[in-house]
Design a protein around this ligand. Structure first.
Ligand code: FMN
Length: 148
């Protein structure tokens, strides 16, 4: 099975998960902006990870347009995993039957930019500090799903 992991990451947390997954699967890894429909046609499975912004999984629309044969998606946000509404995320992003996994990222004020910091501060009603809640163990279920 030829597998590609694509990702869209602003501050690095989604990239970290994409790297862990591609290492585990021994797959190719590319940033979504570097990928064309022709590239995608070479792969049996594409796994796309996007950081979540206002409930939107970045890059999902693009990857769908590139017609992957089989697609698995993961989204990365700051919402704790026991608080996230997976069904709502799936519906809002029109994921349909696409297998979906949610992972906890973090906040990196230095990389977020002024607008990002301002929006997150408004939404969370807290000062934005550096938090890294990434967890390599979280990818196990996705790896299992791909191996099946
Ligand atoms: C403008 C903005 C909107 C965001 N909206 C959400 C959201 O709706 N849900 C969520 O869980 N996280 C949200 N986040 C948090 C990011 O998804 C989180 O910081 C993520 O780890 C960033 O991933 P990255 O490092 O790959 O860019 C938002 C962050 C920003 C800057």
């Amino acid at each position: 099975m030829k597998t590609l992991v694509t990702y869209q990451s602003k501050t690095g947390f989604t990239k970290k998960y994409a790297e862990w997954i591609s290492e585990e699967l021994n797959s190719d890894l590319k940033e979504i902006k570097q990928v064309s429909e022709k590239d995608i046609a070479n792969y049996d499975i594409v796994i796309h990870g996007g950081w979540i912004m206002g409930g939107v999984i970045n890059g999902f629309n693009k990857i769908m347009k590139l017609n992957p044969k089989k697609l698995i998606v993961f989204g990365v946000g700051y919402t704790p995993k026991d608080k996230v509404d997976i069904e709502q995320l799936k519906q809002a992003n029109n994921l349909g039957e696409t297998p979906f996994f949610y992972y906890e990222g973090g906040t990196n004020p230095k990389e977020m930019g002024f607008m990002g910091r301002t929006i997150v501060k408004m939404v969370t009603k807290e000062e934005v500090t550096f938090k890294d809640n990434t967890d390599k163990n979280a990818i196990a279920k996705l790896i299992e799903a791909v191996s099946e």
